[in-house]
Write a protein that binds this ligand. Structure first.
Ligand code: SIN
Length: 326
């Protein structure tokens, strides 16, 4: 039997509501890791399970300081000889940000499986217990480690770097970003379609004690350019622009972008379009304007990658490569 560790951080999977038919008024992160396990006796057939609870958050309140604390904790637990696999419970709302940070920073030595739920634990047909059970099953497999952090929900398994929230309220809310699942869970049987690459994470070095401020600024019809100046004035070391189409920059933003670049702020072109990303030089002369392109990353992923790159001292001339390879 594998030794599996549950690291609980809150979310709807630990949510509690007064009314079992109410799936939109509840407190996320209300139930402890122990009570999640107590409600899931079947998990004992999948491994020897211990639990710890670094936070009990609604994931809208997750901050970069929580990311760093969680990554440091998980690195330490992965190195422990008595841990064979780890399950992390998290809210669905910002799971894709935490998941991507863990993808970029954790070694692929043992399984790390994130899971979540859309219905609170007290709801009729709560999705959390089966998701958690399948996450334990996945964390108990040898093959899971080589993918890096995975997300298990609704019988599907994605790499955390490929998974995002696609719907605001249905149970089947998580889905792939330009990529399908890497496997499925059928009950507690885990099937992978192919193997993971086992590559080292892009940011394998010592984590910084804090991450620099990077803001995401969105383009829309008539969006004011002064939001870029405001970010820079408020201390942003980088801005990710969630632009229209393939990273198309409004003409009215050009002077503010030039001012930001002149002050040494990293300006990344990303897209508000769900798929495809933004490639360097596409639709814009990045070399001439001193801007970067996010590659295939979403704006939220590009922000995480840029924060890590700046926080870990990646040289300015290596930032574009970091975004493309992260
Ligand atoms: C949260 O993200 O913590 C609340 C919403 C959810 O888990 O679905």
């Amino acid at each position: 039997m594998p030794n599996l560790l549950l690291v609980a951080t809150g979310g709807t999977i630990a949510g509690s509501a007064a009314d079992s038919a109410d799936t939109s008024h509840y407190r996320a992160g209300a139930l402890s890791a122990e009570s999640l396990l107590a409600a899931l006796p079947e998990a004992a057939t999948l491994g020897q399970i211990t639990a710890e609870q670094p936070f009990a958050l609604d994931s809208k309140d997750m901050t970069p300081a929580h990311w760093l604390a969680l990554a440091a904790l998980l690195r330490e637990r992965l190195a422990a000889p008595d841990v064979d696999g780890i399950v992390v419970t998290h809210g669905t709302d910002t799971l894709e940000e935490t998941g991507f940070l863990l993808h970029l920073t954790l070694p692929r030595t043992k399984p790390i499986v994130l899971t979540a739920a859309m219905r609170p634990a007290t709801a009729r047909s709560a999705d959390g217990p089966m998701n958690l059970l399948q996450a334990f099953a996945c964390a108990g497999t040898h093959e899971a480690a080589a993918f890096g952090p995975l997300v298990v929900a609704g019988d599907r398994i994605w790499r955390a770097r490929d998974c995002s929230k696609r719907h605001t309220h249905v149970p089947d809310a998580l889905g792939g970003i330009d990529a399908g699942p890497v496997g499925v869970a059928i009950g507690t049987q885990i099937r992978f379609d192919h193997g993971g690459d086992g590559a080292a994470p892009y940011f394998a070095g010592t984590l910084p004690s804090e991450l620099p401020r990077v803001d995401i600024l969105s383009a829309y019809a008539g969006a004011p350019a002064d939001q870029i100046d405001a970010s820079v004035a408020n201390g942003a070391a980088g801005v990710v622009l969630a632009l229209a189409g393939h990273g198309s920059v409004p003409e009215t933003w050009l002077p503010a972008i030039a001012r930001a670049v002149a002050r040494g702020v990293s300006v990344v072109r990303a897209s508000r379009v769900a798929s495809g990303g933004v490639m360097p030089q596409a639709n814009f002369d990045d070399a001439a304007h001193g801007t970067l392109a996010c590659g295939r990353l979403t704006p939220w992923q590009a922000r995480v990658a840029l924060m890590l790159a700046l926080g870990m001292g990646v040289a300015r001339n290596a930032l574009q490569e970091a975004l493309l390879r992260a």
